[in-house]
Write a protein that binds this ligand. Structure first.
Ligand code: SIN
Ligand code: FE2
Length: 226
């Protein structure tokens, strides 16, 4: 794992330097919220589970149907993993790289996603897919809608860890004006209901070093896919 190269003692020295959010809820759409710092209390439980998932299903860069290699590296856990290759975007039960089922979604991932959804007004969110995105400086995610899921009834819960990002939260057409939302380590964005199909993306990540996760941003995107 790249994110923990330093000893606990050294990490303590950096603890004050870590940009962190005070917990608060910001409304960014009719049924969309940023939950500042929501994931922070879960972090020490999340990271070992993340490590185990990545040992079974390592990050890899996938190719879009148009033939472009994504700058973001991906993995997944849960029943369904989102993948892309020359033949299209889809959810699969197996990791195409290993031929194995995607790693089971750790219970703590599920509970965090459910708690965040509840905080944003979506009771009983049952995610069956967690896409894990890794951004190194320069990596970005172009504006897109999440629409490969079987139904749009469930919200999207998107957890940010590590380096800061500028999240773009747009409208229902690609050309609609986007809000630019700064996301820090521990922030969670939830959108669903009437906002479920809003365009969103991430501007290129800036160079930096996060005391806990190093030179990367990790994003978990929880969805009900099946
Ligand atoms: C995504 O839309 O899949 C990722 C969003 C993010 O990294 O914040
Ligand atoms: Fe997305």
């Amino acid at each position: 794992m790249r994110y923990d190269p330093m000893s606990p003692t050294t990490l303590d020295m950096f603890a004050d330097a870590e940009p962190e959010q005070q917990p608060r809820r910001e409304r960014i759409g009719e049924q969309s919220y940023v939950l500042r710092g929501f994931a922070l209390p879960w972090l020490e439980q999340l990271l070992p589970e993340l490590e185990a998932v990545l040992a079974a299903a390592p990050f890899r860069q996938m190719v879009t149907p148009g033939g472009f290699t994504m700058s973001v590296a991906l993995s997944s856990c849960g029943t369904w993993g989102w993948t892309t290759d020359r033949s299209g975007y889809r959810y699969t039960r197996h990791d195409p790289q290993t031929g194995q089922p995607w790693p089971k979604m750790p219970q703590v991932f599920f509970e965090l996603a459910q708690a965040a959804a509840r905080e944003a007004g979506f009771a009983d969110f049952v995610p069956d897919s967690c896409l894990i995105n890794r951004y190194i400086p320069g990596a970005k995610m172009s504006l897109h809608q999440d629409k490969d899921e079987g139904s749009y009834a469930a919200p999207i819960v998107s957890v940010s860890l590590g380096l800061p990002a500028t999240f773009l939260f747009g409208g229902f057409e690609r050309g609609d004006k986007s809000q630019r939302i700064g996301l820090l380590h521990g922030d969670i964005v939830v959108w669903g209901g009437v906002d479920r199909l809003r365009y969103h993306g991430v501007l290129p990540i800036k160079e930096g070093y996060h005391p806990r996760l190093g030179g990367q941003r990790i994003n978990f995107t929880f969805r009900t896919a099946g």
